[in-house]
Design a protein around this ligand. Structure first.
Ligand code: FAD
Length: 352
């Protein structure tokens, strides 16, 4: 049986909850459909030692401050999951966990949302499915011949899983630096860190809070027609969170350039030398999880859907939330998603 509602939000992570908060404020009826069986979005799947790069008070969704985690300046992932779980409850958000949306299609003046548990007809859809479920692996020669273990960021948990092993970590972003630091700080693991370009560490005093300020200043400058400062990306790639700093300062985070190819027993460099390895951890990023939107035929360059703010250019009843800066500055962060969520809910309310 098809159910009817004003708005369906696809994805029950932080972006989906922020959308729910603002849809409620607009007085709209909505359902949030999330594939994960439990609250917390992708935070519940991240590695054990991961901590936020901003203090709790700078990591909050609209309406409710994240409480400080006792003894931690930068909260751990379990604290974030607890916060999101409490947030969902506090605002009594109608999240149907364990519901995977397979397709969104046009159906006259409505959008039809087909999930594994049922079908909804809605005036608008907010897609907030993140990117954790679409890990990206680069095409590297020999990837199929390597005999050891190959993992992506999404499969990495803790150094103990690699005790006594030689591990190559690939990637010069935050995940690569943090996982390389996690492994390098454990004496039981022989770690090699590999990056395509020399790693660019941000100054030690810059954390997520400062990055958010830079993103905000950039947004204001662009809105006022001033020149583009280049934003966060112009400052560097890697936030020097405490473990990264510790590993770097101990000389354990010296990156090697990208290897030429994989062999059965390790990696080979351009000069013909060889590093034996038991495992490769690919920290090579993600793509937005947009497969459910394929029937709308909206895909643009780089797998993104072209938007004006959060609204899809080719389908005004569809909004995209989270994912990255292309859906709003800092939209893919806890503190940044509130503003685009508010704008999306306002625009949807005006569709009436
Ligand atoms: P997600 O948390 O991924 O939630 C999306 C939800 O949608 C998931 O539950 C998924 O199961 C569901 N879903 C996917 N497809 C479907 C479908 N077809 N149907 C139904 N449901 C679906 N941000 C910060 O603010 N501070 C930080 O310190 C920080 N650190 C980060 C560290 C790492 C390693 C990573 C990867 C990201 C970090 N971020 C940080 C960025 C961002 O806050 C997180 O990625 C966050 O999880 C994004 O939230 P989201 O709701 O957009 O996506």
């Amino acid at each position: 049986m098809t159910q009817h509602t004003d708005v369906v939000v696809v994805g029950g992570g932080q972006a989906g909850l922020a959308a729910g908060y603002h849809l409620r404020r607009q007085g709209l009826e909505f359902e949030i459909l999330g594939a994960d069986p439990a609250p917390g979005g992708s935070w519940q799947h991240m590695w054990d030692s991961l901590h936020l790069f901003s203090p709790a008070e700078h990591s909050s969704l609209p309406g409710r401050l994240m409480p400080v985690q006792p003894g931690e300046t930068y909260p751990g992932t379990k604290h974030v999951v607890d916060y999101l779980t409490a947030y969902e409850k506090r605002y009594d958000l109608p999240v149907q966990h364990g519901t995977h949306v397979d397709a969104v299609r046009r159906d006259g003046d409505r959008l039809l949302v087909e999930a594994d548990t049922g079908t909804w007809r809605a005036r608008a859809v907010i897609s907030a499915t993140g990117s954790w479920s679409r890990p990206f692996l680069p095409a590297v020669p020999g990837r199929g011949v390597f005999d050891g273990r190959q993992l992506h960021t999404v499969n990495y948990r803790r150094p103990a899983d690699f005790a006594g092993q030689r591990v190559v970590v690939v990637g010069g972003g935050n995940s690569g630096a943090q996982i390389a630091a996690d492994l390098a700080l454990d004496d039981r693991v022989d770690t090699t860190w590999v990056t395509r370009r020399p790693p660019r560490f941000l100054a030690d005093y810059i954390d997520g809070r400062a990055l958010f300020d830079v993103a905000t200043a950039r947004r204001r400058a662009l809105e006022e027609g001033r020149s583009d400062s280049g934003g966060v990306a112009s400052l560097g790639d890697i936030v020097a969170v405490p473990p990264v700093r510790a590993a770097r300062d101990a000389g354990l985070l010296e990156a090697k350039p990208m290897f030429a190819r994989l062999a059965a027993d390790g990696v080979r460099w351009d000069d013909g030398s060889h590093t034996g390895s038991d495992a490769i951890v690919w920290c090579t990023g993600f793509r937005p999880a947009l497969a459910h939107l394929a029937p709308l035929n909206l895909r643009g360059p780089r797998g993104h859907i072209p938007t004006d703010g959060t609204r899809a250019l080719g389908e005004p009843r569809l909004h995209l939330l989270g994912y990255g800066d292309w859906t709003g500055p800092a939209s893919a962060t806890l503190i940044g998603v509130g503003r685009p969520a508010r704008d999306a809910a306002r625009e949807i309310a005006q569709l009436r």
